[in-house]
Design a protein around this ligand. Structure first.
Ligand code: CA
Length: 448
């Protein structure tokens, strides 16, 4: 679908929330991502918020001032105040689909802009909380989490390590490959990740059970389902983006030694289900509109997508120019006062499949997707060696260790290592927007 631009993308727009105007801010008035937060004070409720500069705006709070009462935004504002089982979440807002979300974004943009009427600012400012004073929670109650494998560079690099003669399987260029992940172990950025135990086999030796010795991260992008589909119905590709709310960063932690032993014939299982980290802010499709790009240019000789996965608008606008990077900070580096070291830089537009194709494929058998479901891209790697989005690729399965600024070497992650993911969109004539960070630090295995 052709991305719609409106006044919320105006690069000259500034907010009266001063911190949002800083060039380095990931959350200028052109972004306005949604998340769920709780103030540090004890017993505070979880609330739906929108990031603006270094503040979070409590959406239901703004609604309580009577500022979100117009018919086009009322429903969305009420959805931000609705509780779902387990507390506040974005699920109710997601379920409304794209129209109400767009209207709410435009209204919040108008309230926060510095060239609008000043009369409502005092009321709005009562509901701005410093981000430093809140804890971010998972943005949605995720019913199902599906992880794809949409980077042909990642699939080829990994395939070479495990099947040198046959790196890319014949289905890859026809079927968006995915597997059902585990929703219960999704955690928000900042949550420590425990090294998992599992069954591994070293060569021809007897299989053993113990801490993973090949713990890895995967740099991915996730997107949330907004309005779902009824079971036994499909989602046409031309309508797919109406069913997508927005994106976040995903680190799909992976135990490569457990994975190598368990993955055939049914795919990953316990190697990935112990934890998956998400960045807390969901950047809406509206905010991403200026940064849409063409779908992956398939090299000559590759098959065209089957008709249900082909749409000319999707080919023209289905990609996204989103720069991604993964950094590592070891415990030793932290002690030495060193900054995290960038391990890779890649771009989301290099994926073989668009988000819309992944979603349409997911529902193509009549499977019902539900508001708040999370679909992730799979590791986002690129053609260059510097664009490999996990250690498995960067170190060739541990054969070529990397050296950190502390002098330490890494084949896979050690206890105390922190992985930090970042993502941002920039383009000529538009304000740069960011996704915020997705971080997690490895804790030692719990062996007893
Ligand atoms: Ca993955």
């Amino acid at each position: 679908m052709k991305p719609l631009l409106d006044e919320t993308h105006d690069p000259k727009a500034r907010s009266w929330v001063e911190s949002a105007n800083a060039a380095a801010s990931e959350f200028p008035i052109q972004n306005l991502p949604f998340g769920v937060f709780r103030r540090h004070d004890k017993d505070a409720d979880a609330r739906v918020g929108v990031a603006i500069g270094d503040r979070v705006l409590d959406v239901a709070g703004v609604g309580s001032e009577g500022l979100l009462a117009d018919s086009d935004v009322k429903g969305a504002a009420e959805a931000c105040g609705a509780d779902c089982p387990g507390g506040a979440s974005l699920n109710a807002l997601m379920a409304l689909g794209s129209g109400p979300r767009r209207a709410l974004r435009r209204r919040l943009h108008a309230l926060l802009r510095d060239d609008g009427p000043a009369s409502d600012r005092e009321a709005v400012s009562r509901h701005l909380v410093p981000q430093a004073e809140v804890e971010m929670l998972l943005p949605a109650a995720v019913g199902d989490y599906t992880d794809f494998y949409a980077s042909v560079f990642h699939a080829t690099n990994v395939g070479k390590l495990f099947r040198p003669d046959n790196p890319l399987l014949p289905n890859y260029k026809y079927v968006p490959i995915g597997y059902h992940g585990r929703a219960s172990s999704l955690v928000v950025s900042g949550t420590a990740v425990r090294r998992p135990l599992g069954q591994t086999r070293d060569g021809e030796a007897a299989p053993q059970f113990g801490p993973s010795k090949a713990l890895d991260y995967e740099l991915e992008v996730g997107f949330f389902v907004s309005a779902g589909n009824e079971m036994e119905t499909r989602i046409p590709l031309a309508e797919a983006e109406d069913h997508i709310f927005g994106i976040c960063l995903v680190n799909d932690w992976s135990a490569r030694d457990i994975q190598a032993w368990e993955y055939q014939p049914l795919g990953p299982f316990l190697a990935k289900s112990f934890a998956t980290s998400l960045s807390p802010w969901v950047v809406t499709l509206e905010a991403l509109a200026p940064f849409r790009a063409g779908a992956f240019a398939r090299p000559a000789g590759d098959p065209a997508p089957l008709p249900y996965l082909f749409d000319s608008d999707d080919q023209q606008y289905g990609g996204l120019n989103l720069s991604l990077e993964a950094s590592l900070l070891s415990a030793r580096m932290r002690e030495m006062g060193l900054a995290p070291v960038v391990l890779s830089r890649s771009n989301f537009r290099d994926l073989y499949w668009t988000m819309a194709q992944l979603l349409t494929h997911h529902a193509s058998n009549g499977c019902n997707l539900r508001a708040g479901d999370l679909l992730a891209s799979g590791t986002v790697s690129g053609a260059d060696k510097s664009a490999r989005g996990c250690l498995l690729e960067l170190t060739s399965r541990g054969r070529e260790p990397i050296t950190l600024p502390s002098g330490e070497q890494r084949r896979f992650l050690e206890d105390g290592d922190e992985i930090i993911l970042h993502g941002y969109c920039e383009g000529d004539g538009f304000r740069r927007i960011g996704l915020g960070a997705c971080s997690g630090t490895i804790l030692g295995a719990r062996v007893s």
